[in-house]
Design a protein around this ligand. Structure first.
Ligand SMILES: [Zn+2]
Length: 137
């Protein structure tokens, strides 16, 4: 799957955050997450497609998302879902909007639960519970 410009989905993603976050989270859509982290003096491991940034220096919590993603990028995230036992749910991520909603909810799971990087599967489960609640209405 290709994401040509995540900005096109900003309204949808912000609505998801408004609905599922306990307090304000700002959505930063950037060219490169690692470069954004350096410029904003926060620590991000490796060069992820998305990252959750806790509140800092009076700034609200943030979710940082890479603006464009190619087939390799999205395959990395989708592959993790298979590996973590979420292959059934993975098949529901059929378009960029659902893919990005899942990605943002996954990052929100880290923030809401104070879950570090060891909690990838838990964060995916948390995200899918909320995505499917949205499908039910
Ligand atoms: Zn994660």
């Amino acid at each position: 799957m290709f994401i040509t410009d995540a900005e096109e989905h900003r309204a949808s993603l912000e609505a998801v955050l408004l609905r599922h976050a306990s307090e304000r989270v700002s959505l930063e859509i950037v060219e490169n997450v690692a470069s954004w982290a350096v410029a904003n003096h926060v620590t991000v491991e490796g060069n992820p497609l998305a990252s959750a940034i806790p509140a800092r220096n009076g700034l609200s919590r943030s979710i940082v998302l890479q603006r464009k993603m190619d087939e390799n990028d999205t395959a990395g995230i989708l592959g993790r879902l298979d590996f973590g036992g979420h292959s059934r749910e993975r098949s529901l991520l059929v378009n960029p909007k659902l893919f990005l909603r899942h990605t943002v909810l996954h990052e929100l799971a880290h923030l809401e639960n104070n879950w570090g990087q060891a909690y990838e599967d838990e964060s995916d489960s948390w995200a899918f519970e909320r995505l499917s609640a949205q499908w039910r209405g």
